[in-house]
Design a protein around this ligand. Structure first.
Ligand code: H79
Length: 454
């Protein structure tokens, strides 16, 4: 016990005053809703949404992140805004459609872009005129936040620390962070990056002060050559955020160092080593870690086609089967799934996206208890084609493909097995280390049939 106490004190000391201020139990309580949720909606929406993958009337590309269109075409901020502004025409009540779809799909939270790399702020900011308040006389962050809360959803703010508009953002210092090629021409150099940092902190202060409780802040992003205090005065920013929003959950992307869960550049360079002073969760992007990331909280963010921001030319949509099985796979490894939508310039959700989220919702209406509030299966991938999740003494077997003989071997003792779809009891032969469940000849769900095992 004494050794443990000394070790705990040493860890708390090394982690610094911020983490020491919060005990492990307090952290668990703060993280509880997020760990239970398992499924959230990501929204990328900004001036790029109206451009929809076109520049000067021509297609820029049919794949890749078109929220990066300003950088892809190399436009300076004025040229970009002149073409994109007139196409960004939010319809009334767009946010209610987002919130209703997220709710219907079984999401517990929604993270949306308050500002992407282009620099355009969706809120009504006093610190710039490059914002929805000045352009549209609307506060889109308020509209979205209100709509999400009306559906009982948790609210997450994505906020880009990279900024292709602000005249003092020092792209020359920002090693490893791409910048539109014609950007430098329209702003003063040398730049005073401290003034940009002051602006960044100021806009974040507006976001954490004026919209009630913020459940998540999703920073994006840093490079190994430009990160943390040098790039964003990150620790000071985090202190301010935690002081005003003590319950907030933060990702780790103000940093790009091993202590904060990174092992290099690349969106798959995530590790399961992370000191909580840098944030609460790590963010594998567009991929699912093969064996999860035991020991840290993690969330895989992923697109439905190949872009985050709307591109009318991108038709590479993932199937319902892929995204539902991804959700199951991630839950079986103890992570969260943040699945993206890219609304159009008026805020409408593409039909393919509505269809897929509806399909997830249909599946979740029957099977949510096998996802929400579950933890990773300690036995890893089962011998059958499918996955396992667990909630205390209850195990859930997710069957992707019925074994030819209809006998499902599960790696634990169970004497009661029921189909979540319909509640039919299945015959079980219980053993000490494994049990065998007799499946019906036809599985009720060809994507993932869930069996509750007690
Ligand atoms: O907001 C979404 C992306 O815009 C942003 N994070 C998610 C959530 C992001 N995706 N990838 N990255 C940041 C890392 C940068 C990737 C790059 Fe590239 C590869 C930058 C330059 C080469 C992709 C291809 C983007 C521009 C060209």
């Amino acid at each position: 016990m004494k050794y443990l106490a000394i070790a705990t004190a040493a860890i708390a000391f090394m982690a610094g005053p911020l983490s020491a201020a919060e005990s492990a139990a307090e952290r668990d309580a703060r993280m509880a809703w997020w760990r239970e949720a398992r499924f959230g909606m990501f929204v990328h929406w900004g001036l790029y949404s109206g451009l929809a993958g076109d520049w000067n009337g021509k297609m820029v590309g049919d794949s890749g992140g078109l929220e990066w269109i300003q950088q892809r075409v190399g436009a300076d901020t004025h040229t970009y805004a002149a073409q994109a502004f007139p196409k960004f025409l939010p319809k009334p009540d767009f946010a209610r459609e987002w919130a209703k779809l997220a709710k219907r799909a079984g999401c517990q939270y929604v993270v949306f872009t308050t500002k992407h790399h282009e620099g355009f702020a969706l809120h009504d900011s006093k610190l710039t005129d490059y914002d929805a308040g000045d352009l549209l006389n609307r506060d889109l962050v308020r509209e979205i936040t209100d709509a999400l809360r009306a559906e009982g959803l948790r609210v997450g703010f994505y906020h880009s620390v990279i900024d292709w508009h602000h005249p003092q953002y020092d792209f020359r210092k920002a090693k490893g962070l791409p910048y539109p090629k014609d950007g430098p021409a329209v702003a003063p150099t040398p730049r005073d990056h401290d003034r940009y940092i002051h602006f960044l902190h100021g806009q974040v202060d507006e976001l954490i002060s004026n919209y009630g409780k913020v459940d998540v802040i999703w920073w994006d992003y840093s490079s190994t050559g430009f990160q943390g205090d040098e790039a964003w005065r990150a620790m000071e920013l985090l202190e301010k955020v935690r002081a005003k929003q003590p319950g907030v959950i933060l990702n780790n992307r103000l940093f790009r160092i091993p202590e904060a869960g990174f092992n290099g550049m690349g969106t798959d360079s995530v590790t399961n080593r992370m000191d909580p002073k840098y944030g609460d969760f790590v963010t594998p992007e567009q991929h699912i870690p093969p064996t999860g990331l035991p020991g840290v909280d993690w969330e895989t963010c992923m697109t439905l086609n190949t872009t985050w921001g709307y591109n009318r030319h991108d038709h590479k949509w993932k199937s319902d089967e892929t995204v539902i099985r991804n959700l199951v796979d991630i839950a079986s490894k103890g992570g969260n799934y943040l699945l993206n939508i890219g609304p159009t310039g008026d805020g409408s959700i593409p039909k393919e996206t509505v269809d897929t989220f509806s399909a997830i919702g249909k599946w979740m209406a029957v099977n949510a208890e096998s996802i929400r509030g579950t933890t990773a299966s300690e036995s890893g991938k089962p011998a059958f084609d499918g996955r396992l999740t667990r909630k205390g003494a209850v195990h859930y077997a997710h069957v992707f493909k019925r074994p030819a003989d209809g006998r499902l071997t599960v790696p634990f003792k169970t004497s009661k097995a029921t189909l979540l779809a319909g509640g039919q009891a299945l015959k079980v032969t219980a053993g000490d280390k494994q049990s065998v469940i007799e499946l019906p000849t036809e599985l009720p769900d060809p994507i993932a049939t869930v069996i509750r095992c007690e």
